[in-house]
Design a binder for this molecule. Structure first.
Ligand SMILES: Cc1cc2nc3c(=O)[nH]c(=O)nc-3n(C[C@H](O)[C@H](O)[C@H](O)COP(=O)(O)OP(=O)(O)OC[C@H]3O[C@@H](n4cnc5c(N)ncnc54)[C@H](O)[C@@H]3O)c2cc1C
Length: 456
């Protein structure tokens, strides 16, 4: 079957490419291939009763399907160049911000109106942070919440389904370069198009490496972020989260000079499992609907690990650490901060007696047996630093879940149009290694769509 444009992956990058292309060039025949299910059929079988842990579904409903990895996320769209990706390095800071604002407008039109836009600009908390050697990054944050994020996706799908041909449960196995255009090879057959947009996210990272090898596209890879998810009573961070919702705070450790940062803050949220290539790590989310909120706030504390030559497999390093926690705990491990400091494992009894009730059922254990000393020392230092601006952070009952790993896809060589060295082959979103967030991935989708649409 012939199309004008083939989009591989229906995460935010793919959805916004399809959205903008169908808007600007409604006459184009556009196909979207997605390895996972349509949104309404995405269901993780873990119910906590009959099925307690990952059973390795053919396609993971948490990471794959319409909406991509972000479908059940907290739906925090950070409108900033300070974090979430390096799109601005390719297209310039102003254009990147304009695109993120455009994405926000679309989200508002498709069900997000009424949700809150938070901003760190001019906040007194920034000064308070600096006094404790903590650095608050600048951003505007649109918090859709898991519930509204889902509604926006539903509405976007309803809007697109008659304009774009969707192929669900259809992983693309190979991309072949033809004399004019590209061929996407799937189990059900081959499909061709003049332009091809690859937006396969983190779940498609291994496949992306193969494509780059087969098409001789240069890649670079040297970073992984490793840490824990912290859970504490919501009141401890309420003065920060009520004003800013999400605060990205960076701290440089005294011992090693490493940077530790807060990531993905979920006020009154829940800690959740995340499955990456069969390895169980931890993440978090929260709901806009007060009825679904909890009494706890959670956020990650991450240490970025950069490697230099000859080591290249930074994701492999992160996976090995996560595997170790899976080996000891059968999944995610939880430990009270007080137990960690006293050098003792947390037991079910100690967790039971704790004043903080865990929102995720994880195995009580000892994170010092899993995390490298340097990383753990950095996290402990940061917890004490945060205790100065949010007293209570370093309480004995603060819960630490491990491990949280942020895998980065290798960075693919593309130009300012996000086009590879092969004309008409675009690589965007988290799969390109350039973005690591909903807003940047979506913005990269709009950017390529406009480039393709501008072609004669
Ligand atoms: C639990 C969780 C919470 C998160 N919360 C936030 C948040 O609040 N804010 C934020 O900014 N970011 C968040 N993120 C990150 C965010 O979801 C990603 O940055 C974003 O989804 C990237 O979009 P993408 O389109 O590049 O890739 P993805 O969303 O990963 O989508 C890629 C799609 O491609 C499909 N695919 C892969 N390989 C193939 C193939 N060979 N053929 C066909 N299809 C394929 C996959 O099935 C997937 O659906 C969260 C992530 C997770 C997992």
């Amino acid at each position: 079957m012939n199309f004008d444009v083939i989009i591989i992956g229906a995460g935010p990058g793919g959805i916004f490419s399809a959205f903008e292309l169908s808007l600007l060039r409604p006459e184009l025949k556009i196909a979207v291939f997605e390895a996972g299910n349509p949104l309404n059929r995405r269901k993780c079988p873990i119910d906590g009763e009959k099925i307690k842990s990952c059973i390795g579904c053919k396609s993971c409903s948490i990471m794959s399907g319409f909406g991509g990895a972000g479908a059940f996320s907290d739906g925090k769209y950070n409108i900033t160049n300070d974090f979430g990706g390096t799109l601005y390095e390719y297209i310039g800071k102003k254009r990147a911000l304009d695109l993120m604002k455009y994405v926000d407008e679309i989200n508002m039109r498709f069900g997000g109106e009424g949700t809150k836009l938070y901003s760190t600009a001019g906040t007194s908390f920034k000064t308070e942070c600096i006094r404790s050697d903590l650095h608050l990054l600048d951003a505007s944050v649109r918090h859709l919440g898991t519930d509204i994020n889902y509604i926006v996706l539903e509405n976007l799908y309803d809007h697109l389904k008659d304009k774009v041909e969707f192929f669900f449960n259809t992983p693309v196995r190979h991309v072949n370069k033809l004399e004019t255009g590209y061929e996407a090879v799937c189990d059900s057959g081959s499909y061709t198009a003049t332009d091809c947009v690859i937006s396969v996210g983190r779940s498609g990272s291994k496949w992306m490496e193969t494509v780059c090898r087969e098409l001789n596209i240069e890649t670079r890879s040297n970073r992984v972020d490793i840490g824990v998810r912290v859970e504490l009573p919501a009141v401890v961070f309420a003065h920060i989260t009520d004003e800013l919702y999400e605060s990205k705070i960076v701290y440089r450790t005294e011992t090693y000079g490493d940077k530790v940062r807060t990531f993905c803050m979920n006020p009154k949220g829940a800690v959740v499992n995340e499955n990456t290539n069969g390895i169980i790590t931890v993440n978090g989310h929260s709901y806009e609907d007060p009825a679904k909120q909890t009494e706890n706030t959670n956020f990650a504390l991450l240490v970025a690990k950069h490697f230099s030559e000859p080591f290249k497999d930074s994701n492999g390093y992160g996976e090995s650490i996560a595997r170790l926690s899976n080996m000891l705990g059968g999944g995610v491990i939880v430990q009270r901060f007080g137990d960690l400091i006293r050098g003792q494992r947390s037991t079910p009894g100690r967790i039971e007696e704790s004043f903080v009730t865990p929102t995720l059922s994880a195995t009580p254990g000892d994170l010092s047996l899993v995390l490298p000393k340097r990383i753990l020392d950095g996290i402990i230092e940061m917890i004490y630093a945060l205790d100065k601006v949010a007293p209570g952070t370093a309480n004995d009952d603060t819960l630490l879940y491990g491990v949280e790993v942020k895998f980065y896809n290798m960075e693919v060589e593309v130009n300012e149009h996000l086009e590879s060295k092969h004309r008409g082959l675009f690589i965007i979103g988290d799969g390109s290694g350039i973005t690591h967030s909903l807003s940047h991935a979506s913005a990269s989708g709009v950017h390529v769509a406009r480039n393709i649409a501008a072609k004669a």
